[in-house]
Design a protein around this ligand. Sequence first.
Ligand code: NAD
Ligand code: MG
Length: 391
Amino acid sequence: MQHITILGATGSIGVSTLDVLARHPDKYALHALTAHSKVDALAAQCVQFRPRRAVVGSAAAAARLEEILRAHQVPCAISYGEAALCEVAAEADTVMAAIVGAAGLAPTLAAARAGRKILLANKEALVLSGQLFIDLVERHGATLLPIDSEHNAIFQSLPLSYGRSPARAGVAKIVLTASGGPFLKRAVDTLEQVTPDEACKHPNWAMGRKISVDSATMMNKGLEVIEAHWLFGAAAEQIEVVIHPQSVIHSMVSYVDGSVLAQLGNPDMRTPIAHALAFPERIESGVAQLDLTTMAALQFDKPDVKRFPCLALAFAALRAGGTAPALLNAANEVAVDAFLQQRIGFRDIDRVIARVMDDNGHGPASSLDAVLTQDAVARRAAHTIIDGICR
Ligand code: NAD
Ligand code: MG
């Protein structure tokens, strides 16, 4: 029996994970579920799935959860705050890291320090901490399995013995596919006016609002390029982004002999979740089998960086190295939040990030303190720029 903690249980990935777990009660038991503020949703999950522990974001949320679970006579140890998130991450056999943004960093690293199996959806944590994260995983014998559909596809297309060395495995290129999001065809000069709801309407995937906006700007793909760099040891030049609007090929690995290996499937996160949960075995995920004969065509195109400047900003941050990705990620989180609150326009997102990157130097990512300081500097700078735009 594997004991699982789901960090971010009430989110899109958290809910999909519970859906897969519910199909295999003989294999998995829940250690803990966590949520930030959606207490009612978390309470319903606790009633159904009976975790030993639940963690929320505040004392008030904990009190409310306690009250609901007492009324349902559901035994569950309830706590709140970052230290409790780190505890439940360190205690489980397997941790689904599905908190959105840098808020997920500390508990994900706690799972690494405890040598756990980490199913990584929270790409921002890896973008922010890079080599420091990889070092912790290696030092403590943790297992890191990608949940992001692209990286899960690449993982499945690499040899089992792959040791983060493209050259040794004969890998020429990692090819990340991108749907292009909701604005792939929209006239570029109308992008200033798009609303949060339009930006969150992804053609192929149902996801949380932050990653949906990231998909619309293609910052999501930019973060994924940096994620691929750390997961697979590939240099920026060895990572290519290809627009593939159907989201059927989830990514590919191109080998020196001319072979290209890909993983295909319906766009449903339960496939990579089930793959990582059961790895190296396979379990049923609830996802329908892919029917290729019903597809008209699979298309591929080069991304247009004029339409998607965030993609170029992310490649620049990866090439700059050090704490530059921490700057990029933090500026993006603040800008996306301001866009979702309708404080700035859609195109202001890339302008804010570019200005934060231009105005603030970066240094070596020599310690967690160094990256967290850079993260804080970028957040302050982004808030100042946004206040200027709103005035
Ligand atoms: P979501 O917004 O639906 O859910 C986020 C979860 O994180 C919620 O449970 C929320 O309670 C929790 N959370 C938010 N802020 C928090 C904080 N400050 N402290 C503690 N918990 C907090 O997001 P999502 O779409 O499920 O995405 C989660 C992560 O997975 C993101 O990093 C995203 O990039 C990645 N991811 C998502 C998908 C997808 O299909 N949704 C695909 C690939 C990768
Ligand atoms: Mg992805």
